[in-house]
Design a protein around this ligand. Sequence first.
Ligand SMILES: C[S@@+](CC[C@H](N)C(=O)[O-])C[C@H]1O[C@@H](n2cnc3c(N)ncnc32)[C@H](O)[C@@H]1O
Length: 215
Amino acid sequence: MALKIILLIILVILAFPIFWLSVAKLIRKLVRFPAPAFIGRLLDSNYRRRIQPPDKFIQRSGIKEDMRVLDLGCGSGAFTTFVARAVGEKGKVYAFDIQPEMLEQLERKLSRPENKNIKNIKLIEGNAYELPFDNGSLDLVYMVTVLQEIPDRNRALHEVKRVLKPGGILAVTELFPDPDYPWKSTTIKLGKEAGFALDKVSGNFFNYTVRFKKP
Ligand SMILES: C[S@@+](CC[C@H](N)C(=O)[O-])C[C@H]1O[C@@H](n2cnc3c(N)ncnc32)[C@H](O)[C@@H]1O
């Protein structure tokens, strides 16, 4: 009897990701909209950072000192301040989002005493389809749980390619159970279709980063 219950629990645990992915994907096929701004607090929480530690994310994405980096779809800025510190004073982080309400949350975060010394973040409101940067002007673009929210992903990725330097990095990070969570293979296919070269895949099923390079 005990064995049967254990087997049933294991089955439920294994079936949950498949069930959730199928239902979420079906709903998101019908309605596609950016993550609502009220989840900003949840996104920028210590609980979230426990499952997605910023230092690991920075290392997997290839973010280094002095880089000019675009945080595309920065939301409430869960990773922005960590990246700003990683690129250092000579580096720059452009925190870019389509929703002003998300950027307002990041602005409030930056005004807190512990972040007052960060001077290298610039907040920009806009759409991923039209990035306000010159051709080949950025070292790295990262997107954390953003790409699947953009209806025309190929168009957005071509725009990312335009603003990256040759050899520049695109790092796409995805997290389960985000309702838009895609398989690794889907993310890799999207990057390749947009003309990027696959550089490195790291992480596990639940939390992964796919790094591409602009040829
Ligand atoms: C799930 S949130 C993730 C936010 C942040 N990257 C994080 O991991 O906490 C997705 C963000 O992408 C933004 N977004 C969605 N579509 C966008 C677009 N076309 N251009 C710019 N930002 C977009 C949303 O406004 C939202 O803040």
